[in-house]
Design a binder for this molecule. Sequence first.
Ligand code: G3P
Ligand code: MG
Length: 248
Amino acid sequence: IDVSGPALLARIIAHRGASGNAPENTLAALSLAADEGASCVEIDVSISADHIPFVHHDDTLERCTTGTGLLCDSNAADLDQLDASKGMANFIGEPLPRLSAVFDLLEARGMGLNLEIKPRKGLEKETVEAICSLVGKSWPSHLPLVFSSFSRLSLELARDRLPQTPRGLLVGGIPSNWQSLMSELECRNIHCDGNALTPEQAAELLAANVGIFCYTINDVDRARMLLEMGVHGVITDFPKRLASYLDT
Ligand code: G3P
Ligand code: MG
């Protein structure tokens, strides 16, 4: 395990922005997270056909936008025309954001970022290169940034391309070989399913000086329990709900 310790983000991280009350992975959801007092957000990133990074969860466009087909088959100029409001009345016209626009917003609002690299299978190399190139050019380096990915290949490519940007191994349950995976990929954090994590697993990870971030925690009692177990942060669709409860 890398001994430099947890790569800290925040105790409460807004999942896809404040996606419980705004369309996920949009500038509106990120602004709302800031308005709700969150100091950090999680977003999903993949690339267009012309290799521009966009913020979007699925491979296909149908669920979250007015587009059709695979995101990686459309050029950026066409993706710019889509509506990503998911039909939510107050958000009609909300665009599918480019990662560059998200960086501008996060800089303006002074927020940290958990950037989940979510490549279309087979496009790992191009996706990591496009993201890392933009990070190198325009991420405001005074703000916290951690990459995470379910794609081991993407973490490996990110490790080689931008070794100084911390990485989190993204998993469901804690895999039995977490130690070897984390040392190989030089990950400081593990980002795991917070409903599956046991106190014993948390204690073992903490003893190894690993940063623990848990998704997707919308239940306030579960959030408190995880933080009491020592996890460093919870990733939630409802940052305001958790913040007001945890403050009490
Ligand atoms: O990064 C935590 C979480 O976002 C991982 O799952 O599917 O919501 O991207 P998913
Ligand atoms: Mg995600």
